[in-house]
Design a protein around this ligand. Structure first.
Ligand code: GLU
Length: 385
C-alpha cells in the first residue's frame, strides 16, 4: 500500500532555490553574533558557507550582504550595552568589520570559494555614476567566481547619509547585481498576519504576490536587539527588490544550513516579482532610498499608469516634499498605497501649481512651455500588479 505524500507547507508551484541563477543572501547580526557574549557563531557560519558553496557548485552566482560589524566590534572594544553614539558605532564597525570579513573569507575558503569584500555607502547606489561603477566591480567578481561579501561602510556613514539597515542595502544590491532572488535570513521565518510576539493568532503568509497597503500594515515595526531592521525594513526591501525584478524570500536563519532547509520545504515567505522585469535604469529609479517627495494620484491616474502611460498633472491630487526637477518621488494611490516611483519633471512649487490641471493649461500657469507629463513614462516604475 502506498503512503500518502506529506503535506507541502505551501503550494508546490512556488519557486524553488534551484531555479534561480543569481542569489543575494542577507545575513542579520542577530544570527551571526551571539547576543549574550558578542561572539561570532563559527559553526553556524561554517554551515551557511557549505550551503553557499553548494549553490555555487550548481553554477549559481551568490552574493552575501552581511551585518555584524558593529555587534562584533562593540564586544572586542568592550563598549557598554546601551545604544551606541554615532562615533562609537563607527569605531565598533572599524574594528568589527575586519573580524567579520576574515571570518567570511575563512569560512568560504574552507569550501573552496574565494570571498571579496565590498563596503558601500549610500552614495554608491544613489548616484548613477557611482552605482554603475560599483555594479561593474560586482560583475567582475562574479565573473571570477568570487562571492562578494558586502556591508555598509559604517565607519564613514553618518546618520543622514546611510542605509542604516542591511535589508534595504541588500535589496539595492540585488537590483544593482541584476539578481533574480534576494534571501533575507532572519530571526523570524517569514511575514505573519500580525507581529507574532504580540498576537498568538498571527499566521505565517507563504506568498505575497504584491506588496499592498494591507501587507505593509502587517509588518509592525520592532527590530531585534542587535539588528536595526524589523519587518518594516524587510517590506521596504521587498518593494525595492521585486520592482527591480528579483523575488524575495524571508526565511529563518535560526537553523543550521538555513538555505538547505529552504530547499527542503521549511516555512518561509516569498515575495514575488512581477512577470516583466524592468530595464536597468528603471531598476535604479525604483530602488531610490531617498525620494524627495510624494505625488498623490487619483484612481484614473493609477489605472493609466498601470497601462503604461506617463503621469499627467491632471491626475495628481496632492504634492508633498521639496523636490527639484529630476529628483525621485514616490507615487501613491487614493488609498495611500505606494504604486510606483519616478523622476519628476518639475520642481515642487511648479508641481503644486499645475497639479489637477490639463496639460495645455500648463504653459499659461507656469509662463513657459514645459513638458506635458509630470513624470514621463521612461522615468517611471510602477510596482507589480
Ligand atoms: N551594517 C551594520 C553592521 O554590520 C548592520 C546593519 C543592520 O543590522 O542591518 O553592523
Amino acid at each position: 500500500m502506498t503512503t500518502t505524500a506529506p503535506l507541502l507547507p505551501f503550494p508546490a508551484s512556488l519557486p524553488q532555490l534551484a531555479s534561480f541563477r543569481r542569489i543575494v543572501v542577507k545575513v542579520g547580526s542577530a544570527l551571526l553574533v551571539d547576543s549574550a557574549r558578542g561572539r561570532l557563531r563559527h559553526a553556524w557560519l561554517a554551515a551557511l558557507a557549505e550551503d553557499i558553496a553548494a549553490l555555487h557548485r550548481e553554477g549559481k552566482d551568490v552574493l552575501v550582504v552581511s551585518s555584524g560589524a558593529i555587534a562584533l566590534g562593540r564586544n572586542i572594544l568592550k563598549l557598554p550595552k546601551r545604544p551606541l553614539k554615532l562615533e562609537e558605532s563607527q569605531a565598533a564597525a572599524a574594528v568589527g568589520q575586519i573580524a567579520l570579513a576574515r571570518n567570511w573569507s575563512e569560512a568560504l575558503n574552507h569550501e573552496g570559494v574565494a570571498a571579496g569584500q565590498i563596503l558601500v555607502t549610500l552614495g554608491d547606489t544613489e548616484e548613477r555614476r557611482r552605482y554603475l561603477n560599483a555594479r561593474s566591480t560586482i560583475a567582475k567578481l562574479l565573473e571570477l567566481k568570487c562571492v562578494p561579501v558586502i556591508n555598509e561602510n559604517d565607519t564613514v556613514a553618518t546618520s543622514e547619509i546611510r542605509y542604516g539597515d542591511n535589508d534595504r542595502l541588500a535589496a539595492r544590491v540585488a537590483g544593482m547585481a541584476s539578481a533574480d532572488l534576494l534571501v533575507l535570513l532572519s530571526d523570524i521565518d517569514g511575514l505573519y498576519t500580525a507581529p507574532p510576539n504580540d498576537d498568538p493568532l498571527a499566521e505565517l503568509i507563504p506568498v505575497v504576490p504584491r506588496i499592498t497597503a494591507e501587507i505593509e500594515a502587517m509588518a509592525g515595526s520592532a527590530g531585534s536587539e542587535l539588528s536595526r531592521g524589523g519587518m518594516k525594513t524587510k517590506i521596504e526591501a521587498g518593494k525595492i527588490a521585486t520592482t527591480a525584478g528579483a523575488h524575495m524570500l524571508i526565511a529563518s536563519g535560526k537553523v543550521k544550513n538555513p538555505l538547505r532547509a529552504v530547499e527542503s520545504g521549511a516555512r518561509c515567505t516569498w515575495f514575488l516579482a512581477p512577470a516583466n522585469p524592468v530595464a536597468s535604469r528603471k531598476r535604479w529609479i525604483a530602488g531610490a532610498l531617498e525620494p524627495r517627495g510624494t505625488l498623490h494620484l487619483d484612481a484614473g491616474a493609477v489605472a493609466a499608469l498601470r497601462r503604461g502611460t506617463s503621469l499627467l498633472p491632471a491626475g495628481v491630487t496632492r504634492v508633498e516634499g521639496t523636490f527639484q526637477r529630476g529628483d525621485a518621488v514616490v507615487l501613491r494611490g487614493p488609498d495611500g498605497a505606494e504604486i510606483g516611483r519616478g523622476l519628476v519633471a518639475y520642481d515642487a512649487d511648479y508641481a503644486e501649481r499645475i497639479r489637477g490641471r490639463s496639460s495645455d493649461e500648463i504653459a499659461t500657469i507656469t509662463g513657459f512651455e514645459g513638458r506635458a507629463a509630470m513624470v514621463h513614462r521612461d522615468d517611471l516604475v510602477v510596482g507589480g500588479g
